[in-house]
Design a protein around this ligand. Structure first.
Ligand code: ZN
Length: 551
């Protein structure tokens, strides 16, 4: 029945009723849709495209992320055999024995150091250490498993109920740690395709049996940025403890992420997706950002999210479905019969606790109180143990005569240089501070020469870049003298260059005289160029202004 175009009071009244009826129906539909999102198990029908579009417009989703981190432990031998665990530069399948090759009839032996490292980590993460723990067999069929099962821990892990504190924009946020447990790493598979198009996989067993600690976090993370910060904090703790290199690119520190979305304010979850294959902090951030958006889009299209495992494809910047997510019962866990249960004596645990080194959180607070650094700078410096160590070695190199305001100024200069130019150079070459050849005392001497006006900023940067991986050898001042890099602060020498620059840039000179300030910057640039960056820029500018004013 249509009333459009019929201009009678009855028709108008009927039309109004129709519109209102449609509105009520739509509201009802919307309400049921919201309920179906909040309580997916009660969802009877899939939202239509039109409904989903309305829904996406009105539903604000929040992100829920839980991270599972695997870290290889820095023990000398593997987890259950005496093979060398340092296989990074070894030819494939050379660090192997009947135990890590999974031969029948062999018996594993527990690596005590790996147990200690796991307990240290659990304590540093504020976990409760179990009085009794045990190893279990996790069964699954994949060619990277030599035995057909992995020795892991299931219902009796070593550490539980811990937490880690994040500092996000000055506010502290606690991320709970579910558990810390120990297992063995698996073999490495390399998938190849020949030019003829034939696919095959290569197995390297060197990695199989390397102690692998797993740290499972609660789904308390609400953004990709928080996830990135969590990983940085966690890596720093492992590095400070000396239990892992924390190197993500080399695969000794790996992260899987469980990602889901849910209507803001809801306490239930939509199906979660496990994202794998991210091998850098940047990759984790990008993959999470992509996955959250994908899930929102999926809901907007009226689709349904499924619990699955997806792999991050770095060069395409997407995640792709790999398999439906396994549940614990898929693994048929049962206690490892070849290993004794673990019993943790309270006094032993306390001994481990008192033996923990200074951790990043404490060191950061100390940097603020002892050196007067801002919380922001202290945070950046202590996020990497190597960087924090380098900073403190620099402080030790400051001459004893420095004190009070002078000491504070020098400390600040060192921090600025490390977090600024030094970090930029390291990032550009993708290297760690421990790989540089410039010693802390060289950096302090260089900053001292800059402070005294004997070395210009640009020259210092250039000099530093050149010697970063070769080392200085001589003292910085001797090297600078040898290379003829010292800053020119002699007026007569600069005056000569200024005269040449004025003579050969008449257009810029007239521009300046006509009031164009930019021309002055250009002329100072020419003087710096003429002295290969060695002129004292302040003095050069003064002399130039004087000469231009005098003409
Ligand atoms: Zn072995």
């Amino acid at each position: 029945m249509r009333y459009i175009g019929i201009d009678t009071p009855e028709a108008k009244q009927a039309n109004k009723r129709l519109v209102e009826g449609k509105k009520v129906k739509l509201e009802k539909r919307l309400k049921s849709l919201l309920l179906s999102i909040i309580y997916p198990s009660t969802c009877i029908s899939l939202p239509s495209f039109c409904d989903a579009a309305i829904l996406t417009a009105v539903v604000n989703y929040e992100t829920v992320i839980g991270l599972e981190v695997h870290a290889q432990l820095l023990t000398r031998s593997k987890m259950f055999c005496s093979c060398n665990a340092d296989y990074a530069n070894a030819p494939p399948n050379t660090h192997v024995c009947p135990i890590c090759l999974g031969m029948p009839g062999v018996l594993p032996t527990i690596n005590q150091k790996a147990i200690e490292y796991t307990v240290m980590t659990a304590l540093a993460l504020n976990c409760t250490i179990a009085e009794h723990a045990k190893f279990d067999r996790k069964n699954y069929t994949y060619p990277d498993l030599m035995k057909g099962y992995q020795i892991s821990q299931y219902d009796a892990p070593m550490g539980q109920h811990g937490w880690l504190i994040l500092d996000t924009n000055g506010a502290k946020k606690r991320i709970d740690i579910t558990r810390v447990h120990l297992e063995e790493d698996v073999a490495k598979l390399t998938h190849r395709t020949t030019p003829e198009g034939e696919s095959h996989s290569l197995v390297d067993v060197n990695r199989a049996g390397v102690p692998l600690m797993e740290i499972v976090g609660e789904p308390d993370i609400t953004s990709p940025e928080e996830a990135r910060q969590y990983l940085i904090k966690l890596r720093a703790i492992l590095q400070y403890l000396g239990v892992s290199t924390g190197n993500m690119e080399e695969g000794s520190f790996r992260c899987d992420a469980n990602v889901s979305i849910r209507p803001a304010g809801s306490t239930d979850y939509l199906p979660k997706v496990e994202v794998k294959n991210m091998n850098s902090f940047k990759a984790v951030y990008r993959a999470l950002e992509y996955e959250v958006e994908r899930q929102k889009q999926e809901m907007a299209k009226g689709g349904r999210l499924v619990q699955e495992t997806r792999g991050w494809v770095e060069d395409k910047g997407i995640t792709v479905s790999q398999r439906s997510k396994e549940y614990a019962h898929d693994y048929r866990y049962f206690p490892e019969p070849d290993l004794p249960p673990l019993v943790f004596d309270k006094s032993w645990v306390e001994k481990m606790r008192s033996g923990l080194p200074e951790l990043p959180e404490v060191r950061r607070e100390r940097f603020v109180s002892q050196y007067g650094l801002s919380l922001y700078d202290a945070n950046l410096l202590t996020d990497s143990k190597a960087m924090a160590d380098y900073f403190e070695d620099c402080i030790k190199s400051i001459t004893v005569s420095s004190n009070g305001a002078d000491l504070h100024k020098k400390t600040k200069a060192i921090s600025n240089w490390l977090l600024g130019d030094f970090s930029r150079m390291l990032n550009a070459t993708n290297t760690g501070i421990e790989e540089t050849k410039v010693k802390p005392r060289d950096l302090v001497e260089m900053l001292d020469l800059m402070d005294k006006g004997r070395l210009s900023g640009p020259t210092a940067k250039k000099f530093f870049e050149e010697t970063l991986f070769t080392g200085i050898g001589l003292s910085v001042s001797d090297m600078i003298a040898k290379k003829g890099l010292s800053q020119i602060s002699d007026s007569s020498e600069i005056e000569e260059v200024v005269a040449q620059v004025i003579a050969s840039n008449s257009q810029a000179v007239s521009d300046f005289k006509a009031g164009k300030e930019q021309a002055l910057t250009f002329l100072v640039g020419q003087i710096m160029k003429g002295t290969k960056g060695r002129a004292n820029p302040k003095l050069a500018r003064e002399i130039l202004l004087h000469k231009l004013g005098g003409n």
